[in-house]
Design a protein around this ligand. Structure first.
Ligand code: K7E
Ligand code: CUA
Ligand code: CA
Length: 635
């Protein structure tokens, strides 16, 4: 029975793509619910069931509990750190909904095993990754649901995940650099570029002739074209590059640098009291590329521009000390750099950047506040009501502060800009508010991502879970409402209202993810939707089969020892959720084939004998019976 005191029930609004389903889902609730709920139902779609928060309509903080059968209000996209994947959570429940393999191998879906995923992964051979920063594409500063981008620090890559099927569809290795760390999208007018910071300075050319000519090392800022996933240009910078963000005019992107010293050791990178923020003038960079004012490096054809100090393409603003996160406030008026080794945050007023590039003001004139918050400020999030929330790593706190008051205090007024400090458990890195990196920041929830959980959960040996905490920020006070253990290592996440996400239930038969396989079948004269056929091409054998629960279109086939066998399975089921699998026992292959999808896998049939294959995604009462045999004839 639903308790009307539960304030967590998700809100329904008219533009909510999933609202109608949700209404259906909630029918039970109305039938068994209270008069109050019936009243809300009477108001129909467009009305709220009950306040999800606003400190749960003053009755106290919201609950993270989302009842059985109820849907979450938000999608959370979580970086999977050095697991190499992206995870999808529902908020406020913090239930894990899906894992999206990106730079890793995934036994369940066959990512890294199927031919289609290998095509996306390319031929670098790397099946590890280190994801930090997931960000969704935007149109005019609003999430548009189209893509989610994620960096790979481990192998200097950027990946794109399609919002409609939540699968990785492109991976680009960024040339001429090492360790892509900070990643953000251009917000306005739309995500033309994905900005990617390469963290580590390196020699150029990096040909093995030198190690210690470190004054000649440099790194670069890269703009990846969101549609083509090609690198459109790269800009050489002074110092290194840590995090990045963009403004709400489309004119600027900016990155923090913790190693302005250009050091290769720890002590060296802490020597200076100030490092900097480097601002990139997108219009000028584009004009320079267009005018051919660039060089290239090595084999790469990517235009490379020199944005080191003195260049008109960039500006350098001194910031204390080893700054880490850089976060643009939802209104687009301010951006905040987080001091890390300085207890301060630095507030930039973004409309001063034009004057800076016109030479009318000095770099530090763009700074309108630099105020102390506490020890180890790393990242800042915003609620859209003028408050900022900064993680204090060393203090293990989130500090809520008022941006306008901080500016007044910096100008000498006696005002207290700190609103509240909340203990988190323990050592927070990133944080993120609901819709907080867009114009639609709604100030409902804050996620604080802790690097250590220590005593908060049952222990699982020396390796501990991390602790992602959910905080209700809708009222005057931040209130901690949920502890969420997570596996390594969600540096960052973003929280998207479900109305912005539109997913497919079935594959389109024309989906580009299996276009190459469709083309191969066509060349073999095979109709994937009707044919079950074995095609021999020398010692290459292609086995085409359909699947409809609970059977494959072919329950046996024969190949010869040493054949390279490609099994192509097309799932003809049209029913949502009826995913099949294909596993060839003792051959190291398996894969997902979702409704209307085609997937393929290639292996060598090196063991003579009878080998069973079976469906490993539970699809039917007779799922166990969904199987067949491959005979491998002795050579
Ligand atoms: Cu861990 Cu954004 Cu890579 Cu900060 S970064 S914590
Ligand atoms: Cu098909 Cu299980
Ligand atoms: Ca430094």
């Amino acid at each position: 029975m639903i308790n009307p005191k539960d304030k967590h029930l998700p809100k329904i609004d008219t533009e909510d793509a999933q609202a109608s389903e949700h209404v259906k889902m909630s029918r039970r609730l109305f039938l068994g619910g209270s008069a109050a709920l019936m009243g809300a139902a009477g108001a129909g779609v467009g009305a709220s069931l009950l306040p999800a928060t606003a400190q749960a309509a003053k009755g106290g903080p919201a609950s993270a509990h989302v009842g059985p059968g109820e849907l979450d209000e938000y999608y959370g996209f979580w970086s999977g750190g050095h697991s190499g994947e992206v995870r999808v959570l529902g908020l406020p429940s913090m239930r894990e909904l899906m894992r999206i393999p990106v730079f890793n191998t995934d036994s369940a879906t066959g990512w890294g095993i199927t031919n289609e995923s290998k095509e996306v992964l390319g031929n670098t051979g790397h099946l590890n990754g280190d994801c930090h920063h997931p960000h969704m594409s935007m149109t005019d500063g609003h999430y548009d649901g189209k893509y989610i981008f994620i960096n790979d620090k481990a192998n200097s890559r950027v990946a794109r995940i399609r919002g409609d099927i939540m699968k990785t569809d492109k991976i680009t290795t960024i040339p001429n650099v090492q360790a892509i760390h900070g990643l953000r999208v251009q917000k306005v007018p739309h995500t033309k570029y994905v900005f990617a910071n390469a963290e580590f300075r390196m020699p150029h050319p990096n040909d093995g002739s030198e190690m210690d000519a470190i004054d000649k090392y440099f790194t670069m800022f890269s703009a990846v074209n969101a549609e083509t996933m090609e690198v459109d240009w790269q800009v050489i910078v002074d110092g290194n590059l840590d995090n990045t963000d963009a403004d709400y005019t489309g004119k600027y992107a900016f990155s923090t640098c913790y190693n302005s010293e250009g050091a290769v050791d720890l002590a060296g990178s802490m020597r200076a009291e100030r490092d900097h923020l480097v601002i990139f003038n997108i219009e000028r960079i584009e004009a320079a590329v267009k005018a051919g004012k660039f060089t290239t490096l090595g084999d790469s054809k990517v235009p490379v521009l020199d944005g080191r100090k003195g260049s008109e393409l960039t500006a350098y603003v001194p910031v204390p000390k080893n700054p880490h996160g850089i976060n643009t406030a939802p209104g687009g008026k301010y951006a905040v750099a987080n001091g890390k080794l300085s207890p301060t945050v630095t507030v930039f007023q973004l409309d001063k950047f034009d004057a800076l590039f016109e030479g009318k003001i000095k770099p530090r004139d763009t700074v309108v506040a630099e105020v102390e918050l506490g020890l180890g400020p790393l990242h800042t999030a915003f609620d859209g009501r003028g408050n900022a929330y900064t993680t204090l790593f060393i203090d293990s706190q989130v500090c809520k502060w008022d941006v306008e008051k901080a500016i007044k205090a910096y100008n000498g007024e006696k005002v207290n800009y700190i609103v509240q400090k909340l203990d988190v458990h323990y050592q927070p890195g990133h944080n993120h508010t609901t819709m907080g990196e867009t114009r639609d920041a709604d100030g409902k929830y804050l996620i604080s991502l802790q690097k250590f959980s220590k005593d908060r959960f049952l222990q699982c040996g020396p390796l501990h879970a991390e602790n992602d905490q959910l905080i209700d920020i809708s009222g005057d006070e931040m209130v901690l409402i949920h502890d969420g253990p997570t596996y390594a290592e969600p540096h960052d996440c973003m929280i998207v209202h479900r109305s912005k996400v539109k997913t497919r239930k079935l594959y389109d038969r024309k989906d580009p993810t299996f276009a190459s396989t469709v083309a191969m079948a066509k060349a073999d004269g095979v109709n994937l939707e009707t044919d079950n056929k074995v095609i021999r091409d020398g010692n290459k054998v292609r086995v085409y089969m359909t699947s409809v629960a609970p059977s494959y279109g072919m329950d046996k086939f024969t190949v010869k020892q040493g054949d390279e066998v490609t099994v192509v399975v097309t799932n003809l089921d049209q029913i949502e959720d009826v995913t099949h699998g294909f596993c060839m026992v003792n051959h190291g292959v398996q894969m997902e084939i979702s409704p209307q999808q085609t997937a393929s896998v290639t292996f060598v049939a090196d063991q003579p004998g009878v080998h069973w294959y079976y469906c490993n995604w539970f699809c039917h009462a007779l799922h166990m019976e969904m199987r067949g045999r491959m005979l491998v004839e002795k050579a």
